[in-house]
Design a protein around this ligand. Structure first.
Ligand code: SF4
Length: 458
């Protein structure tokens, strides 16, 4: 059977979409390989959030022209956000490209790949459908991301609960690449999580572009609870599920019912990733983020009042068009005042066809200086917070070997901090306590605390 290689750029939603594509190909008997050179089908699932992500995918596909020359029957495809945004113009940029599939058509990839392989192998070069581009919208496509490729002892899984975004932040291309908000039903999502738990998954992360606005167009509030809180309660009730996460919420729509859920649903972990983007009200307005720094700060306080041990992380953009030194100072001050457990800091990157792209841009050097400065602030706070854990016991869900050193294991705390430790491979997929001995801004290091009756040894 044909072999396929798939590489993913970008966010967790893209990872999840790639997993669905891989599942559909494996179901047809295709074999997954780890090297492009061994594959009959090479797919790159792309990201458009920053220019650099697009350039990386284009550069990678360009380099694959060597394989295309050696093995012209190989099928090459771009999937996902860049495919959606650029469509068939990509064929002009990459001559050996055969397939372009947008964000609402992942479930069609297996059909298209099979058709292209068959035609290329039969050398029907005169066929006008030798290349395929499908970036159409499709009603119900949110329901098609629902199958998983679980490996043995897999402890965690992502579940896509909605697609698209209606917020139109002026820097963001997502509304163009992922379309408007569409949500799956609670019943479908619960069914998927039940199956995952039956396979041994202990922790599930619900994914959406603005996850807390789940279902607002489709389903009513019930007893003052938004559809998202209703979904959290339904998933929380699944026996065998130990931990429940969600990402990423928007400060808008993070209402009292959700704050109450954080206090009342024990499986909901003590971590919220809450993108702030800027600490300057002027810049927030220009970004079309409908809150002020003060409102954001008071939301964080209410979340902390509900769950005192909660970790808060965020996303920040520096160098947005028009950002003056004073605006940047306000962002820096807000980050220091809130004391985020961690933050992803991004230099503003022009995305064509977004409102911010046509605003006067600021110097790259200034962006870089602000980026480096803010990273130092974030890192020193993260180190300080993590250092407080040294000498304490924390519960960890072991995910398997560490990515940087396969001789060690890695797991996550409920607060989403990575813990590296030594231990037996059978610990993968298990929950247990670890005594923390060392901390950096990024990771914790420690030793498992092992009562003799531990099920790890059962
Ligand atoms: S909320 Fe804003 S930043 Fe987030 S996906 Fe929607 S438009 Fe983009």
């Amino acid at each position: 059977m044909p072999k396929f290689f798939i590489k993913t750029y970008g966010c967790q939603m893209n990872e999840r979409d790639s997993e669905q594509v891989a599942h559909s190909l494996l179901e047809r008997g295709y074999e997954r390989v780890a090297r492009e050179a061994d594959a009959d089908v090479v797919l790159l699932n792309t990201c458009s959030v920053r220019d650099m992500a697009e350039q990386k995918a284009l550069g990678k596909m360009g380099m694959l022209s060597q394989i295309a020359k050696r093995r012209p029957e190989t099928v090459f495809g771009f999937l996902g956000c860049m495919a959606q945004a650029r469509g068939d113009s990509l064929f002009g940029e990459v001559p050996h490209l055969d397939l372009v599939v947008g964000t609402q058509k992942f479930h069609r990839v297996a059909d298209y790949v099979t058709e292209l392989l068959e035609k290329k192998r039969a050398r029907r070069m005169d066929d006008p459908r030798l290349s395929i581009c499908d970036t159409e919208e499709e009603t119900g496509s949110a329901e098609t991301i629902r199958d998983h490729e679980l490996h043995s002892r897999q402890a965690t899984a992502f579940v896509s609960i909605m697609q698209g975004c209606n917020m139109h932040c002026t820097f963001c291309i997502v509304p163009r690449t992922r379309g408007s908000e569409r949500s799956r039903t609670i019943e479908e999502i619960v069914r998927e999580v039940r199956e995952l738990v039956a396979h041994g998954v202990k922790e599930v992360t619900l994914l959406g572009q603005i996850v807390n606005l789940y279902g607002r167009h489709e389903f009513p509030a019930v007893n003052g609870k938004s559809p998202f809180v209703q979904l959290l309660e339904a998933v929380h009730a699944i026996d065998g599920l130990e931990r429940l996460r969600f990402t990423s919420p928007h400060p808008i729509g993070f209402r009292e019912d959700l704050i109450r859920a954080l206090a009342e649903l024990p499986k909901l972990v003590e971590h919220v990733h809450l993108p702030v983007q800027s600490g300057s009200d002027r810049i927030l307005k220009a970004m079309h983020r409908p809150y002020t720094a003060e409102k954001y700060g008071s939301l964080v306080q209410r979340i902390r009042d509900a769950r005192s041990d909660i970790a808060i992380t965020t996303d920040v953009i520096v160098g947005f068009p028009g950002e003056e030194e004073d605006d940047y100072r306000r962002t820096r001050d807000l980050v220091a005042e809130i004391e985020f457990d961690n933050a992803f800091v991004f230099r503003y990157s022009i995305r064509q066809q977004t409102p911010a792209a046509v605003l006067p841009q600021i110097d790259e050097r200034i962006k870089e200086e602000r980026n480096q400065d803010l990273l130092k602030v974030v890192d020193s706070i993260a180190q300080r917070i993590n250092a407080r854990l040294v000498g304490r016991k924390v519960e960890v869900l072991c995910e398997g070997p560490s990515r940087t050193n396969a001789a060690r294991l890695m797991g996550r705390t409920r607060t989403n901090k990575i813990v590296i430790f030594e231990g037996e491979p059978e610990r993968a997929g298990r929950l247990f306590d670890i005594q923390i001995e060392e901390a950096s801004g990024f990771s914790l290091y420690g030793t498992p605390v092992m009562p003799p009756s531990s099920p790890v040894f059962a």
